[in-house]
Design a protein around this ligand. Structure first.
Ligand code: C2E
Ligand code: CA
Ligand code: CA
Length: 657
């Protein structure tokens, strides 16, 4: 075709120039077609920049094709003049529309997560009107004089308007990019600058050095660069699940939030993941993630997208409550069918909630906090929980406490207080219980009843526990507690701590470090209902016991401890929970129960501690009942080290009377 152009024409110079023009256009076409095909076949990032990029790429192709066609038509002898004129006119239009589309694209990139200011629309409109006016002006001139015969001044005039509007479009995008650079990542900034500057240079060359027609080629190069750097689907996709990733979730969600859109966010997490990961390894875990993503994706309608937040946590945003409801109906039973992992059928359960944005919260970061909160506070629920402000409040508090725990771990700012334990047979304070205290600069005092469960859930309990053991040992050694008549210090161990593979060596190392005999520490464990951990806990406790540690069953009477539990576990001491003790004091019905329990516990060889002893009357009743030790505010609250030393020194041989 191009050879024809060269052969048919008269003037070889013109032909050569046209060939060069057409070659640039051809390169532009090839480049942008390659980009477009790649773009279409690969998975796309969704959102406004995606559609605009597609438009931009198509416009670049159209503009290059039109330019190329016009150049060829003008070179072919015998091409009707009207056709040449028409092609040139359409070419101007195509080229200029590309400029306007770029402005819109640049604005969309700049205001990706925010509402686009009205004046940006105004500028785009003005540019569009200018373009159309320039093209109409050009068309009139072309048809009046014919392409080759248009008077130079008129040609300059309409080309001035056409390239001028293109120039303004690019200069506007460039200035906007520079002004708003703080909102943009480096890549985004560079793309906008590069696109604008490259095309401005091309326009200047084209307008001033009229022999070189670079504009479409420059457009194509810039579009390709945008494709490889900005419109990269892999940046927003999660390879394991095929869902959109957390980054994409944040971008899309924040865009909705800043546009004050009302939407409903569905979020879910699969429950048994730790078990699955530990049983089937990483591959098995990934298989589950993929299967869950596939099942959820199958429930989505057009325009609804699945995001993977982290782990096996997924989310979907819905425009209306009705859309969410229709999804929820499909979601019911989604995990009825087991998932096959390494030839094993695994039944999945999940916790799911839906959050009204921005009614309930307007922070995306709180979505995961909320799931964490539900996961830890609600037993597995089949239904999707409708999140309310109260839950968000609690989830926020939970995150703050979590943060405070981490701070205290980093700064070693926990404190350990001691509560004396009175020995009935010896009439002395022969022991004490170590109780951890957390005072946070912002949150003030945080009760262990609040932060210990959180530390257990996030695994920080191991660090917290180490801190306590270290403190207790250094206290026993440093203040020579044995010389003050203290025979044991109770340390609370949470079940999770107890299950930790290094628990025994950890404690032993610390004892050794401070040269504390193991008989000086007594470990308190709270009864647990979990059947799953029953056998493992039993093994661990037996191991601790055979290593010479004494163990107390804490909070007896609050939960599930059965006689079987007492028989199968190596408890040396049982601590009657304060609620049970108080009930015994206030309700006659409890008398026979406790009176029945006491000899049974004693016959198993366990000592009995009554907690929550607050009055003299309680002391008398509990001594009469047969308790071996008493602990409670009647004697002392938990107190700091120094005060504890004072207390024991002053009450060396206190009498119960
Ligand atoms: P717990 O082991 O049952 O500890 C006894 C709790 O009852 C302590 O509260 C203590 O201050 C309180 N108490 C003792 N005597 C009386 C009384 O006469 N009347 C009343 N009303 N309360 C009394 P605290 O220190 O707030 O501890 C709460 C729970 O936090 C503990 O319950 C224990 O389960 C946990 N905890 C405390 N320190 C640690 C620790 O170092 N590690 C672990 N894993 N858990 C701990
Ligand atoms: Ca305790
Ligand atoms: Ca207790």
């Amino acid at each position: 075709m191009l050879n024809n152009v060269l052969l048919i024409g008269g003037d070889y110079q013109v032909k050569l120039q046209n060939f060069i023009y057409a070659s640039f256009d051809l390169c532009a076409i090839i480049l942008s077609v390659v980009v477009l095909i790649n773009y279409i076949v690969s998975k796309k990032i969704h959102g406004r920049t995606t559609h605009l990029f597609l438009t931009l790429a198509i416009c670049t192709i159209v503009s290059s094709v039109l330019d190329c066609t016009a150049v060829i038509a003008l070179s072919v002898t015998g091409c009707p003049v009207w056709l040449g004129n028409l092609l040139v006119a359409i070419n101007y239009l195509g080229y200029n529309v590309t400029g306007v589309v770029f402005v819109v694209y640049a604005v969309a990139v700049i205001y990706d997560n925010a509402r686009i200011p009205r004046w940006c629309y105004a500028v785009a409109n003005v540019l569009f009107v200018m373009t159309v006016a320039g093209v109409i002006f050009a068309t009139v001139c072309l048809f009046n004089y014919g392409y080759r015969a248009v008077p130079t001044n008129l040609k300059y005039a309409y080309e001035g308007i056409i390239y001028g509007s293109q120039f303004i479009a690019l200069a506007f995008s460039l200035s906007l990019g520079i002004l708003q650079r703080k909102k943009l990542s480096k890549t985004r900034q560079l793309n906008i600058y590069f696109f604008a500057i490259l095309n401005i240079i091309a326009i200047l060359i084209q307008f001033l050095v009229r022999r070189i027609q670079l504009s479409n080629f420059a457009l194509a190069i810039a579009v390709m660069l945008i494709y490889v750097t900005l419109q990269r689907p892999e940046d927003e996709l999660d390879a394991t699940s095929g869902a959109f990733n957390a980054r994409s979730f944040n971008r899309r969600g924040n865009m909705r939030i800043s546009a004050n859109q009302h939407f409903f966010l569905f979020a879910m997490e699969v429950n048994n993941m730790t078990v699955i990961n530990s049983s089937f390894g990483l591959n098995g875990g990934n298989q589950v993630i993929k299967e869950v993503a596939d099942r959820l994706r199958a429930l989505l309608k057009k325009g609804q997208y699945l995001y993977r937040l982290s782990g096996v946590r997924f989310a979907v945003m819905f425009n209306t409550f009705e859309e969410y409801q229709s999804f929820a109906a499909r979601y019911a039973g989604v995990f009825d069918k087991p998932v096959s992992v390494a030839n094993t059928e695994v039944h999945l359960t999940a916790i799911a909630c839906v959050i009204d944005f921005p009614e309930v919260t307007n922070k995306l970061s709180e979505v995961e906090d909320l799931i964490r909160y539900y996961r830890n506070s609600i037993n597995v629920s089949e239904d999707i929980i409708i999140a309310d402000a109260n839950a968000i409040e609690k989830a926020r508090r939970r995150e703050l406490v979590d943060f405070a725990i981490q701070k205290a771990i980093n700064n070693k700012s926990f404190e350990v207080y001691y509560q004396p334990i009175f020995c009935v047979t010896d009439n002395t304070f022969s022991g004490c219980e170590a109780l951890i205290r957390l005072k946070d600069d912002e949150l003030g005092f945080i009760s262990p009843d609040e932060f210990i469960p959180i530390a257990e859930q996030n695994g920080k309990i191991i660090e917290v526990g180490r801190f306590v053991i270290e403190h207790v040992c250094s206290f026993i050694k440093g203040r020579e507690l044995a010389k003050l008549g203290i025979r044991f210090v109770d340390i609370n161990l949470s079940v999770i701590q107890c299950m930790h593979p290094e628990i025994i060596s950890d404690i032993e190392q610390t004892l050794k470090k401070y040269d504390v005999p193991r008989s000086m520490v007594n470990l308190e464990i709270t009864e647990t209902a979990s059947a799953q951990s029953y056998a493992m806990l039993q093994t661990k406790l037996n191991e601790l016991h055979s290593n010479g540690f004494t163990i107390s069953l804490d909070d007896f009477g609050t939960g599930f401890a059965s006689v079987e539990y007492l028989i199968n576990f190596p408890f040396d001491v049982v601590k009657l929970d304060k609620s049970l003790v108080w009930a015994y004091m206030s309700t006659k019905k409890y008398e026979p129960i406790l009176q029945h329990y006491m000899p049974m516990l004693h016959s198993l060889g366990t000592k009995i501690v009554a907690e929550g002893v607050e009055t003299k009357q309680m002391v008398d009743a509990l001594v009469a009942l047969g308790c071996d030790y008493l602990q409670g505010y009647y004697y002392s609250k938990h107190i700091p080290e120094e005060q504890f030393i004072q207390f024991v020194t002053n009450n060396g041989d206190v009498k119960t009377a």
